[in-house]
Write a protein that binds this ligand. Structure first.
Ligand code: MN
Length: 128
């Protein structure tokens, strides 16, 4: 079963993202800040990280860059979640090494579709 690590500091966003990914058939790991998330990434080697950009302390883009610069974790796919869709954002997100991004508020079928695309996962359950 594919493991997805969600790094998100907002409890209700975390709860909803975890619920929909569990329903879709993924194994969900959670961290509410970048430092904890990087530890989980190294210890559990998830297939993909859903990374909130705005985190307390180390932000999501800096954390992504650190993960991508580390040979142990560089192959883990990262999808950024951003509340902003301003000019230049996609460029900054790509420059940090993210494999994709989604805008908040999250649309859940879109989220699951993008994750399945990134991890090459076609099994599991359909999300209604
Ligand atoms: Mn946040």
């Amino acid at each position: 079963m594919e493991k997805i690590l969600i790094i998100e500091d907002n409890p209700s966003n975390m709860k909803l993202a975890a619920l929909v990914l569990e329903k879709a058939g993924f194994c969900v790991l959670k961290a509410n800040n970048a430092r904890a998330g990087m530890e989980v990434a190294k210890n559990d080697m998830p297939d993909l990280i859903l990374m909130d950009i705005q985190l307390p302390g180390i932000d999501g883009l800096a954390a992504t860059k650190m993960l991508k610069d580390d040979s142990q974790t560089s192959k883990i796919k990262v999808i950024a979640m951003t509340a902003f869709a301003m000019a230049g954002d996609e460029e900054r997100i790509r420059a940090a090494g993210c494999d994709g991004y989604i805008s908040k508020p999250i649309r859940y079928t879109q989220l699951v579709d993008q994750i399945r695309l990134q991890v090459g996962f076609s099994g599991g359950n359909n999300v209604q």
